[in-house]
Ligand binder design. Sequence first.
Ligand SMILES: *Cc1c(COP(=O)(O)O)cnc(C)c1O
Length: 366
Amino acid sequence: MIGTSNPKAQYSAHREEILAAITNVLESGRYILGDQVRQFEGAFAAYCGAAEAVGVASGTDALVLALKALALKPGDEVITVSHTAVATAAAIELAGGIPVFVDIDPVFFTLDPARLDAALTKKTRAIVPVHLYGQPADMVAIMDFASRNDLRVIEDCAQATGAALGGRKLGTWGDAGCFSFYPTKNLGALGDGGMVVTRDRALAERVTRLREYGWDEKRNSRYSGQSSRLDEIQAAILNVKLAYLDDDNAHRRRIAEIYHRLLAGGRIGLPRERADARHVYHLYVATCEKRAELIAFLKDRGIELGIHYPVPVHRQAAYAAYHSSDCLPYTDAAAAKIISLPIYPELSDADVAIVAEAIRSWEKTS
Ligand SMILES: *Cc1c(COP(=O)(O)O)cnc(C)c1O
């Protein structure tokens, strides 16, 4: 069976180093917020080209804490997309904001900056663009709109670790960048983890306090915070794996190139890269009008395809009340036809060719 992702393959590829790093933490006696976390925060900030990085318990929490650091007031609105992992909208709500969904552009499937103006109200405080699938959102236009309207920008980089636009890493365009280290992400832990990067010292300090009960140096809670810490074992594993991230992303890009070469001119639509972008292909998302047929055909041949995501957030019960469901046409259209092909750094060229070959034979069937 060829799956869409394979986090165990990555553990196996670096098994000795990972086991040694874990043992080192176990022997150290320090299991939460210690040297490994500090080292990883420094290394990750340097990798992104950010001044500050604060490790937290998950990608969702990274978004929640970065948004909480903006001190949203009740009723404040945060503009984002509905075509995303539900975590993006959940985080806005958990931070006390009201998610306002705008449509995506039909080519890159990221937030369409042309829709921002119509979504702007007196209550709008921030924008959360999502670099979905590893593709950079149109940050030039989004930052321009934000600065003209005095809005903060928190980037959802959960699927885009290592991606860049115009040579500048994602996460450093807005006021803060939020990353997830969920095992299947481009930089994956072997459990949960997340990170907030920023150039803003005050914002970093606020996130640092918020991740541990809002404590100041004297352990008095200055803000109402929460418990959202990165643990030493995950940080030690991430310290090992960060060294391989660029190679892993290069491998993902290579697989994307092979798919492009073998599938061009066929019946499925292939993803395109924004000009000046370094897309890191967390997912390789094509489009297919007869998706169910293709999924079944490939499943019979031992190949698993994914759908990210089948139901837009504004159509999910928990978030439906935030939006009338009939005005995000490109979001709905995307959800109906997107299809994720297998892609992960350890996937062999031979397996990529098998997947492409199977899709080619399906194209000939009907
Ligand atoms: C994975 C993901 C998140 C949430 O990260 P977790 O670590 O799972 O909490 C947020 N946004 C997007 C786009 C994601 O893909």
